[in-house]
Ligand binder design. Structure first.
Ligand SMILES: C[S@@+](CC[C@H](N)C(=O)[O-])C[C@H]1O[C@@H](n2cnc3c(N)ncnc32)[C@H](O)[C@@H]1O
Length: 306
């Protein structure tokens, strides 16, 4: 298993995702002799997991079952242990596209935080690219290194423990793209420019507040960046539901109106005896937006060094 290459079978040392149901998942380190408790009972790693195929339905000790999924950056993002606020896949997908990342790209990032974005960046630039990620919080930097090792991607990433605003990214003139998710990105724009290739590249800065965006845009302009562009991405998720609506009783007059009625050819129309459309209910499938929508995460400011 590695986060950049699919492995068919579950092996000792893998990080797997235990899928219990919709929006109920957790990550699990597979270890010979280990057991994992779930609400459906125990999973015994040696007998229930190791050697089985990813995607298998595994029966737990109480008879319930779970699916064991191969990890991906997207699954890791919704299952990782939070050490900081993280970026989610909606923002990440636009960042990856707008930074024009592809296999072979060299990317600089700060801060590493919980490594949510880092995993996606690594997967995108693999197998020949590289991520230089800078984190000034020592424990976070160490934990990120440990996770990259466990996830089989350590050869694609260098974690540097320093202040990016003071000391930069530890490389110069090599990056195709730079990404910033720090409280004062305007202080790192000069270092970002130095890290980018002489022939140019792309930059993105993520900030929750518009005042941060204003200062960052000014700094980008001062350092000669062009195509400065700020946007926000909002995601709306829908559930598919069967809706039941009572057919209203409109009185006798409308009973005689032959142009009104439920679609008798529709097998989902129910409870309409004979041709009387005014009794019973009509059922149909509909897509309903979730009651709660993810709101503002942050502004994404993109620019080009040309
Ligand atoms: C919001 S988190 C980044 C989350 C990350 N994008 C993710 O998806 O997991 C911000 C991180 O930047 C680090 N940081 C803040 N200022 C920094 C600086 N000047 N130099 C390096 N790291 C910094 C913080 O310690 C924190 O871990």
């Amino acid at each position: 298993m590695s986060f950049i290459e699919y492995g068919d079978t579950i092996k000792d040392g893998d990080t797997a995702i235990v899928f219990l149901g919709h929006e109920s998942m957790f990550p699990m380190k597979v270890q010979h002799g280990s057991v994992t408790q779930t609400k459906y009972g125990v999973i015994r790693h040696s007998t229930d997991l190791i050697g089985k195929k990813y995607g298998s339905k595994v029966t737990c000790s109480k008879g319930g079952w779970v699916f064991i999924l191969h990890p991906t950056p997207e699954l890791w993002t919704v299952n990782l242990p939070h050490r900081t606020q993280i970026l989610y896949s909606t923002d990440i997908s636009v960042i990856t596209m707008m930074l024009e990342l592809k296999p072979g790209s060299i990317v600089c990032e700060s801060g590493t935080g919980s490594g949510s974005l880092s995993h996606a960046l690594i997967r995108t630039v693999a197998p020949t690219g590289h991520l230089y990620t800078v984190e000034f919080h020592q424990q976070r930097a160490e934990k990120a290194r440990e996770e990259f090792r466990e996830h089989g991607v350590e050869h694609l990433v260098t974690v540097t423990n320093q202040d990016v605003c003071q000391s930069g990214f530890g490389v110069s003139g090599v990056a195709d793209a730079v990404f910033l998710d720090i409280p004062s990105p305007w202080e790192a724009i000069g270092h970002a420019k130095a890290a980018l290739k002489a022939e140019g590249g792309r930059i993105c800065s993520f900030s929750p507040c518009i005042e941060q965006v204003q200062r960052t845009c000014l700094a980008m302009e001062e350092h000669g960046f062009t195509e400065i562009n700020t946007l926000e991405i909002l995601l709306r998720v829908y559930n598919v539901r069967t809706i039941s609506l009572q057919i209203p009783d409109l009185g006798k007059a409308s009973e005689d109106n032959s142009s009104f009625g439920s679609d008798s050819s529709n097998p989902s129309s129910q409870g309409s005896p004979g041709n009387n459309p005014q009794q019973g209910t009509v059922q149909f499938k509909s897509a309903v937006p979730l009651r709660e929508m993810v709101g503002h995460t942050g502004y994404l400011t993109f620019a080009t060094k040309s």
